[in-house]
Design a binder for this molecule. Structure first.
Ligand code: RTP
Ligand code: MG
Length: 140
């Protein structure tokens, strides 16, 4: 089934100049770009986006990190692109992520309070719909 997923190129990926690399990997996989914007997230938007993590030990460092600079928010489209992008991204911990994945090729542990891992991708159709409404409220 054709799906949409919400991808974020996080502040570390943006600052390191990996935006084009990530978009190229999405396109080479065959997914379409439906919407793209660059913005510095507010803590309020992040509280909505990361609602499932509020109260966890890494939540405050996560919001500090995610609001520290520009991110690129992207809506991608394609058959099973939610699972497909999670596979392109690799597992959450960039030290463990497989080489060939975005996190495996470009991520590492920097000894910081939160895992900086280049990208976010929605983890279910319900999350994708919720997240797209947060980042692209006008998108049909
Ligand atoms: P994401 O939501 O960003 O696509 O990543 P994910 O599903 O692989 O990971 P999730 O469990 O949803 O966690 C969201 C983000 O929080 C940071 N994190 N740090 N123990 C830690 O230091 C820790 N755990 C999670 C990561 O940036 C993770 O992507
Ligand atoms: Mg997640």
């Amino acid at each position: 089934m054709t799906e949409r997923s919400l991808v974020l190129i996080k502040p570390d990926g943006f600052a390191r100049g990996l935006t084009g690399e990530v978009l190229a990997r999405i396109e080479r996989k065959g997914y379409r770009l439906a919407a793209v914007q660059i913005l510095t997230p507010t803590r309020e938007a992040l509280a909505e986006h990361y609602a499932e993590h509020v109260g966890k030990p890494f939540y405050e460092p996560l919001v500090d990190f995610m609001s520290s600079g520009p991110v690129t928010a992207v809506v991608i489209e394609g058959e099973r692109c939610i699972e497909g992008f999670r596979s392109l991204a690799g597992t959450t911990d960039p030290t463990k992520a497989a080489p060939g994945s975005i996190r495996g090729d470009f991520g590492r542990d920097w000894g910081k309070a939160v895992q900086e891992n280049i990208v976010h991708g929605s983890d279910s159709p319900e999350s994708a719909a919720r997240e797209i409404a947060i980042w692209f409220p006008g998108l049909a």
